[in-house]
Design a protein around this ligand. Structure first.
Ligand code: URP
Ligand code: ZN
Ligand code: ZN
Length: 494
């Protein structure tokens, strides 16, 4: 094998995991790709050897849902492609997928160019983006985007205030278009009208005084998500288009996706680490407002049901992602101050007397959480360590399925000759206390602060280059490449 002869790096003696099996062996790397996988591979003269005895070796993970430097909720998410990709690398993520969202009046092509300017020469890991459709005119641009290697599209069933929301007709027409041209529609499923009604009812000084930031989860009961998922599934069934539910947060959602798949509807779903880890008790704490995200974290029963979906295997939930959209304490507090200076008060206490407009307004808290660096550690610590899922299932959920379903399964998400040498080495004996000060996000807090997590990357390789070494980021700005994708919507090998 010529590639094997010119191998420049050898990862030796690790336990190598794919989505289906695990074995002890070596990985030879040449020209950024995996050249050979096997037992006791020869070491070429001059080759760099990375010892991995006692270590877990997995394909680089893919976070298919991030928002870096996103203008949102009156501010811009604080992690950009530089800090976001560093956090990714240290958490074992070697490819990330953002969402290019057109500004008012912009075409998809213009949004694409804006995202290119934010990422090219900046990202330290490989990257691409889904195209968000925010106007009916965008539907006509779908075929051109697919030709450019961008075959996944996103619509929001909420966010009228951002000018992003789609109605049923737009979802229907987009599903027809992606069916026709070989793409996939991803949907943020929450029932906009009911959600807005619940917010309006609760947006009163009395409610705010009484409940503070706890109003956030109270205005997003499970049926808000369930109704929207059901409706989106209905249009997928009617059109035959492939649908993917992003950031699914409820037990009902998991049931609906399972039932629809049993009926033969082309629907897939991801959940995110916050919905596998946190429940709405986070809103009871003094920092509760920091946890505002959309959809909101739900109850412990939902956390349990989503884990059940991961434990069962199959494709009820086929991907774990993060929906990273980081905001600092200052950003989260722009419209929300828990204690007026010189006066002790409960979170959410009256805005009366304040000169700041919107003071204490829970509806305006920028929504989103940091999560890129903790995605794999959370799945590893809460899933693999207690034996809920295997290392193979972790690989399937965080690497192989994301690669295949997003249309890059021909080069990412698997350890075999010819695949990109995106590899992560994890020391199973190592545990760290999560502390935002030691992580790479620009966010000055973490939803997982103080948790004891294993599964951080001891070593990360991006196309054969070491970008994390001994838990330290050693990559270069701009080392990441844009990845063209083709043929999404299937979990079959490319
Ligand atoms: O709270 C979140 N998820 N912010 C990002 C936007 C979205 O809905 O994905
Ligand atoms: Zn969303
Ligand atoms: Zn999102």
């Amino acid at each position: 094998m010529p590639r094997h002869k010119s191998a420049r790096t050898l990862i030796r003696g690790g336990t190598i995991h794919s989505a289906t099996h695990s074995f002890r062996g070596d990985i030879a790397i040449a020209d950024g790709r995996i050249a050979a996988v096997g037992a006791a591979l020869p070491v070429d003269a001059g080759a760099r050897v990375i010892e991995a005895a006692g270590m877990e070796v997995i394909p680089g993970c893919i976070d298919v849902h991030v928002h870096l430097a996103l203008p949102f909720c009156g501010t811009v998410s604080c992690d950009d492609f530089e800090s976001g990709s560093r956090a990714a690398a240290c958490g074992g993520v070697t490819t990330l997928i953002d969402f290019a969202i057109p500004g008012a009046g912009q075409s998809l092509r213009e949004a694409h160019d804006a995202w290119r300017a934010k990422s090219e020469g900046i990202s330290g890991v490989d990257y691409t983006w889904h195209m968000a459709l925010t106007d009916r005119r965008h539907i006509a641009e779908v075929p051109a985007m697919i030709d450019m290697g961008l075959p996944t599209f996103k619509e929001f069933m909420i966010y009228e205030s951002e000018g992003w929301n789609s109605d049923d007709a737009m979802m229907f027409a987009t599903l027809e278009q992606v069916r026709e041209h070989g793409g996939m529609l991803m949907v943020h499923a929450e029932s906009s009208r009911v959600l807005d009604l619940l917010i309006e009812r609760n947006h009163t000084p009395a409610q705010m005084r009484k409940y503070g930031a706890r109003l956030h989860p109270m205005t997003r009961p499970n049926f808000v998500e369930a109704e929207a998922i059901e409706r989106a599934i209905h249009w997928a069934s009617a059109t035959g288009g492939t649908l993917y539910i992003v950031h699914m947060s409820t037990a009902q959602g998991a049931d609906l996706v399972r039932q629809a798949r049993q009926r033969g509807v082309n629907v897939w779903a991801e959940t995110c680490t916050q919905y596998l880890t946190l429940d709405d008790r986070v809103f009871e704490s003094e920092d509760g407002h920091l946890f505002a995200c959309c959809p909101q974290v739900k109850k412990q029963a939902d956390v349990d049901r989503l884990w059940q979906a991961l434990e069962r295997g199959g494709d009820e939930v086929c991907v774990v992602s993060t929906d990273t959209c980081s905001f600092t304490r200052e950003q989260k507090g722009m419209w929300w101050v828990e204690h007026e200076p010189g006066r002790r008060g409960r979170p959410g206490e009256s805005d009366a007397g304040s000169k700041r407009e919107g003071y204490g307004d829970w509806t305006k808290i920028p929504m989103g959480l940091p999560g890129l660096e903790t995605m794999v550690p959370l799945v590893y610590t809460l899933g693999v360590r207690p034996g809920r899922i295997s290392m193979n299932r972790l690989v399937e959920l965080c690497s192989t399925n994301p690669a295949r379903i997003m249309g890059m399964g021909d080069r990412k998400g698997h350890i075999a000759p010819g695949f990109d040498a995106d590899l992560v080495i994890i020391d199973p004996t190592r545990t760290k206390d999560v502390d935002w000060r030691q992580m790479h996000s620009r966010c000055d807090w973490s939803p997982y602060q103080g948790m004891k997590l294993g599964g951080f990357a001891r070593t990360t390789l991006l196309r054969g280059e070491i970008i994390v070494d001994g838990y330290k980021y050693v990559g270069k700005r701009g080392q990441g490449q844009f990845i063209e994708r083709h043929g999404p919507g299937s979990l079959k090998p490319a």
